[in-house]
Design a protein around this ligand. Structure first.
Ligand code: NAD
Length: 372
């Protein structure tokens, strides 16, 4: 069968669903690969580079299997050929109309953002790979705006203290931010309602600021909404920290709810001029008072609040490489014969979970998966 890698039409999208390196892996699974001209330009991959890797550069929309980053537009859905399999970030939970529109075509649609969070599926977990890149990039964005070193130095012109960075939420993105800020030499502190992350924070050289209240233990690895007691004590910690730290990076999310508000306008007002906040929850409503999604704003007291929602896409070559590798790993599962023939097995929980439409029939939502 033929795999088509199409160019992204979404404004501002920099990523592509395959790189020259992942094209070689797709060929090794027995597929032919066609890449649409210009598909890799914004990620720094030329048509020639795909050609050298063994792909044809031609119309990729007529392929048997179409690989994409973002959900398709109306026009793109119409371009898929009968019997095609489309694989990309679909956001089925947030877009019921899109699911209906996809199911109106005789196609199969697999959602990379629906890979279950079980150990066996980690190599296909796009949400984790993108969160990792975004956490790193959040630190780079903060360092770019911050007018000082992150690292402490003793120089002939005087002693420079290290920057202090607070990371709120120590999941995948938060841990990446802790690692990046620490490797630039900053003093890093972190909070999270899940006490089990304390060791992970410390192993990256960060200090875990425990919020000492009874908190219901998570059974699925995700945070639950925090208690009033927790929020009260955490608010005190954020207020104390705001006056002390130079940079705050917030990553707090609770699945299925708006982002919790952690940093108030008073906390922002307590920060020193020149301080920087990166609110990684901007697209889900924000963790910080005053965040504007998609933009950087400067407050009256000289604090920059960054609300960019495309942090992973700001490292396009890296994001495409990891996204492409996640796709290759899913295709390995879907190509048991390594013969270029895609076979969808509904007895496999990963394959069942990602399938939104099968042969024109809606299969969304999948049965819930117990997270290990
Ligand atoms: P997420 O993006 O849903 O949330 C980010 C972080 O915000 C979490 O650490 C959460 O505890 C924290 N948070 C929630 N409310 C908060 C509050 N009020 N204050 C401060 N922090 C708050 O989570 P994620 O990063 O996608 O994943 C969370 C965890 O899931 C990971 O740390 C990991 O242990 C697990 N996971 C497992 C797999 C797997 O395949 N087994 C894959 C991905 C993630």
């Amino acid at each position: 069968q033929q795999i088509g890698v199409v160019a992204e039409s979404g404004t501002g999208e920099t990523r592509v669903a395959a790189t020259p390196q992942t094209v070689k892996q797709l060929l090794a699974l027995g597929y032919e690969v066609v890449v649409e001209s210009g598909a890799g330009t914004a990620s720094g991959f030329s048509d020639d580079a795909y050609g050298e890797a063994g792909a044809q550069v031609a119309d990729a929309w007529q392929a048997d299997v179409v690989l994409k980053v973002n959900a398709p537009s109306h026009e793109e859905i119409a371009r898929l050929r009968e019997g095609a399999t489309l694989i990309g970030l679909i956001g089925a939970g947030q877009s019921p109309e899109l699911v209906e529109e996809l199911a109106a075509r005789p196609i199969t649609v697999l959602a990379m953002d629906a890979v279950p969070r079980i150990s066996r599926a980690q190599s296909m977990d796009v949400l984790s790979s993108m969160a990792n890149i975004a956490g790193y990039r959040a630190v780079i964005e903060a360092a770019h705006v911050f007018g000082r070193f992150f690292t402490g130095q003793v120089t002939a012109a005087g002693k420079v203290p290290p920057a202090k960075v607070l990371v709120a939420g120590a999941g995948v993105a938060g841990l990446a931010a802790i690692g990046a800020a620490g490797s630039l030499g900053a003093v890093v502190r972190a909070t999270d309602p899940r006490p089990e992350v304390a060791d992970q924070v410390r192993s990256l050289g960060g200090e875990f600021l425990a919020v000492e209240v009874a908190q219901e233990e998570s059974t699925d690895g995700y945070a639950k909404a925090t208690s009033e007691d927790y929020d009260r004590r955490a608010a005190e910690i954020y207020h104390e920290q705001a006056a002390d730290v130079d940079v705050i990076i917030t990553t707090a999310l609770i699945p299925g709810r708006p982002a919790p508000r952690l940093v108030t306008a008073e906390d922002v007002a307590a920060m020193k001029p020149g301080s920087v906040i990166v609110d990684m929850a901007a697209a889900q409503g924000g963790n910080v008072a005053g965040t504007v999604a998609g933009r950087a704003v400067v407050t009256e007291n000289g604090v920059t609040i960054i609300g960019y929602t495309d942090l992973a896409g700001r490292l396009p070559a890296q994001a495409s490489q990891l996204y492409g590798t996640n796709l290759v790993n899913l295709l390995k599962l879907l190509t048991p014969g390594k013969d270029g023939q895609l076979v969808l097995d509904f007895d496999d929980v990963v394959q069942r979970s990602v399938t939104v439409v099968r042969d024109g029939e809606k299969t969304w939502p999948p049965p819930p998966v117990k997270v290990s």
